[in-house]
Structures are given as C-alpha cells and as structure tokens.
Design a protein around this ligand. Structure first.
Ligand SMILES: Cc1ncc(COP(=O)(O)O)c(C=O)c1O
Length: 323
C-alpha cells in the first residue's frame, strides 16, 4: 500500500505545523511561534501521550487484549485514549469531573467509551484540587472493579517521554532550533517536561517557563487561594512528579480575563480556533516579550480545539454578536 496511507487514525497523530503569529505580535518586538497541536485527530496535544501509554503498556505486558483501559481525564487525554481504544478494541472508561465541557464527553462516547461524570463541589466554579481528589477516588474503585489498566498520565513517564521524543524534536526541526524561550500551561506537566528536556539538550540557553493560573500557582511556590479558574486541563494546584525542576527557568501566571481575551483574539486575528490553555500560553509569551525576551522568539503549543468549548462562555459573546 502507498506509504502515504495511514493504516489507522493512530498513524495520523503528530507532526502539527508551526505558525508565526505575526498578526498577534504586530505591535510587539518579537515573535510567538505556535505549534497547532489541536490539529491532531482527537483535537488536542494529548493524542500523542495516549498513543505512547497504550503502546508501552502493550509492549510491557501491562495491557492484555480486550482488557479495560481507565483514565482520569479533563477530556483531552480521554479523547485520545477513546480513539486509540476504538481502533485497538479495548473497552475504555473515562472518569471526568462534570466541570469539564460536555463536548469532550460526547466525543468519547461517540468513540465507544463509557464516561463517568463526577459532580463538582461548586458547579459554578472551575475544577479544583478537591474535585480532582474525588474523581481519583472513584477511578480507583472502578479500576479495581473492572481489573482495568490505569493510563495514569500524572505519573507515567511515557507522558513526558512522548513529548521528549516527538513534540520537542519536531519543534527543533520545524524552527531549525531558532527558539529563545518556551512557556507551557501545566496540567500533568508532561508536555512541559518532555519539550523542555529536548530543548535543554539542544541548547541549554532556551528559557523554559511554567504557566499557571493566578491563585493556583503551586509550582511557583505561591499560596493557593483559588483553583476556580476557566482554564480546563490544568492549574490543579498540585505537585507534578513528571517535571524536572532543573529545566525550569521561571514561572508565569495568567488570569482568566487576559486568557479569554487572548484566546478570542487568536481566533479573530490568526484564524486559530483554540481553547483557553492555548490563550494562557500566548498571554504568558506576551509577558516574556514584554520582559527579558524583548525582540526574541517564543514557542507555545496550541493545546486543543475551540470546538471543545462551544458550551462555555469562551465563545458566548462572539456567538451573539449581531451581523
Ligand atoms: C487543554 C489542555 N491544555 C493543557 C493541558 C496540560 O498539558 P500537560 O498535561 O502536558 O501539562 C491539558 C492536559 O490535559 C489540556 O487538556
């Protein structure tokens, strides 16, 4: 068969293009380069780790044919796992806080997954660390009941390894290594850890910055005052074992207002329809360009698709704008 034909959707994961956001940086001295991870078939950067975790579990005998796979997810890793499990015929159970958008749950169900939604302590607020703890407890019970393989993205090295082997080297090839800094909003921290490791090995002078929400900047050492932010997929205010702190040059925080504004502007001026965490990365990149990295080139990932946020306030105002 022609090598250009994928044997399954799994082969279509990765190799997202990089775009110079020159329209967004027209008034600023410097460049923001954006890698469009939302173009992955499951709509996010997490397809890559879903593929890596399942492949490794098969290779190491941790996952047997027909065994149930189970994961705690804000939805994106679940979308990736649902896709891989559909192709490989593993039953998949996603355990998710109701605070994440229903679009992700619908996607997973469409691909045959069972989605268990766990109520939040305050449905009007974002997903907090306590909410995540409750989700974990239910996942533990279900994993035991179904003798399931836990994908365990917060702990498994395959998470950061996938970004180390793929996202990081792709970035270096696509830019000829011409990157001065990288900033990344952290959920599991796997994306930051893998890319930062690849960048530091290539050139230790590339600055690598962790992005967290105001009020939940745990890794920055700040007091956790409020985990109820809009940025789904991270900012849980917990320690992240995958991160190598030797690769962290600094910490940046972003607030809901600027993240929402930048995510909307990204869609309007660059035609890139993404979710909140992508806006968080760009808002943080602006901070770098306004500070020590004036005139330099900043790398950011566009983590997931704006289609996953149609039910949120992100596009609410935009949808009601009169013609
Ligand atoms: C939309 C989105 N952005 C950012 C992240 C954080 O990525 P990582 O887990 O690699 O830190 C996630 C993780 O699930 C996510 O879903």
């Amino acid at each position: 068969m022609n090598k250009a034909i994928c044997s399954s959707i799994i082969d279509a994961v990765g190799h997202a293009p990089v775009v110079d956001l020159s329209r967004l940086t027209a008034d600023i001295d410097g460049h923001i380069l954006a890698k469009l991870e939302y173009l992955n078939p499951g709509g996010s950067k997490k397809d890559l780790i879903a593929r890596a975790i399942i492949q490794s579990a098969e290779d190491n005998g941790l996952l047997q044919p027909g065994q149930t796979v189970l994961e705690v997810t804000s939805g994106n890793t679940g979308n990736g796992l649902a896709m891989i499990c559909a192709v490989k015929k593993y039953p998949f159970i996603a355990v998710m806080s109701r605070g994440n958008t229903p679009e992700r749950a619908a996607m997973m169900r469409a691909m045959g997954a069972t989605v268990v939604l766990v109520e939040q302590s305050d449905p009007k607020e974002g997903v907090t660390g306590d909410d995540m703890k409750r989700v974990e407890d239910i996942a533990d019970e279900l994993a035991a009941k179904h003798n399931a393989f836990r994908a365990d993205q917060f702990k498994r090295e395959e998470n950061s390894q996938a970004h180390y082997e793929h996202t990081g080297p792709e970035w270096l090839r696509q830019t000829d290594g011409n990157i001065d800094a990288f900033c990344d909003f952290v959920g599991t921290g796997g994306g930051f850890a893998g890319v930062a490791r690849a960048f530091k090995e290539h050139n230790p002078d590339i600055g690598c910055y962790i992005v967290e929400p105001h009020g939940a900047a745990k890794l920055a050492g700040a007091c956790i005052t409020c985990c109820a932010h809009v940025i789904q997929g991270g900012g849980y205010g917990k320690d992240l074992p995958l991160i190598n702190h030797d690769h962290v040059d600094g910490h940046l925080t972003v607030d809901d207002g600027e993240v929402t504004e930048v995510t909307r502007r990204l869609a309007k001026t660059e035609g890139i329809f993404a979710g909140y965490s992508s806006g968080a990365n760009i808002a943080a990149a602006y901070q770098l360009l306004r500070g020590d990295f004036k005139g330099k080139t900043i790398a950011v990932n566009i983590c997931d698709s704006g289609l996953k946020y149609l039910s949120t306030d992100l596009w609410g105002d935009e949808l009601s704008t009169p013609a």
